[in-house]
Design a protein around this ligand. Structure first.
Ligand SMILES: *[C@@H]1O[C@H](CO)[C@@H](O)[C@H](O)[C@H]1NC(C)=O
Ligand SMILES: *[C@@H]1O[C@H](CO)[C@@H](O)[C@H](O)[C@H]1NC(C)=O
Ligand SMILES: CC(=O)N[C@H]1CO[C@H](CO)[C@@H](O)[C@@H]1O
Length: 188
């Protein structure tokens, strides 16, 4: 098949000039029946169609069944992911990999511990990038492959599953798009 310029241009028009990234290690929260119940089938379908795509694509097509906050863990629900809950210890070092599919629009990124009841970060980010993706990083690059150390201050706040998640957050400033992945954990 030959790509014509017009063909490429229309492909770009369909996909837009969007960035794409998603956490693949550890395996983050995914979709399930609870998400469909709380976010609605329409939003869930748009999010699932492109798991590395921006949350904004989904919230532009909300219906009356949209009752979740897609900006918290991409609308993925703890109830749909209980089997992925991680027991961690203070000081544990966890390796992450972000699958960066396209980074047309740089922005900011961080990894934070999020209180799932309030959607507020607990403490300061564990890792913070003023520029993400960081084209000067590596090799080996440390914007998509990095480690996070579990702080020793979470024993009470994160003592059982469903209270806290490690959230990777990327905001691409150029096109104002948000990318998130969450890992549920509790401190044992
Ligand atoms: C993480 O980065 C995003 C985008 O810059 C920002 O909105 C959010 O407040 C940051 N989180 C923390 C805990 O600083
Ligand atoms: C990545 O490596 C650079 C250069 O060594 C360093 O300045 C930066 O802090 C590192 N970032 C992370 C997130 O490890
Ligand atoms: C994809 C995945 O791991 N789904 C699981 C999320 O958690 C629920 C409840 O433990 C499981 O039933 C799913 O298989």
């Amino acid at each position: 098949m030959r790509y014509t310029f017009a063909g490429l241009a229309s492909l770009a028009a369909i996909t837009g000039v969007q960035s794409h990234a998603v956490m693949t290690t550890p395996v983050p929260r995914g979709t399930g029946a609870k998400q469909v119940e709380l976010c609605g089938a329409l939003v869930t379908t748009v999010l699932e169609r492109d798991r590395a795509g921006p949350i904004e694509n989904a919230v532009t097509s909300t219906d009356s069944n949209y009752k979740c906050n897609a900006y918290m863990c991409r609308g993925y629900q703890y109830e749909d992911n209980v089997s992925k809950l991680r027991a961690v210890t203070a000081g544990e070092v966890i390796a992450f990999h972000i699958d960066l599919i396209a980074g047309h629009h740089p922005g900011y990124a961080n990894v934070s511990i999020v209180n799932l009841a309030t959607n507020k970060a607990i403490g300061t980010p564990l890792v913070n990038w003023a520029d993400w993706p960081d084209s000067t990083s590596g090799p080996p690059r440390n914007d998509t492959d990095f480690t996070v150390t579990i702080p020793n201050t979470l024993a009470t706040a994160c003592d059982v599953g469903g209270k806290c998640a490690i959230q990777w957050f990327w905001y691409a400033t150029g096109n104002k798009q948000t990318y998130e992945s969450c890992v549920d954990f509790y401190v044992q």
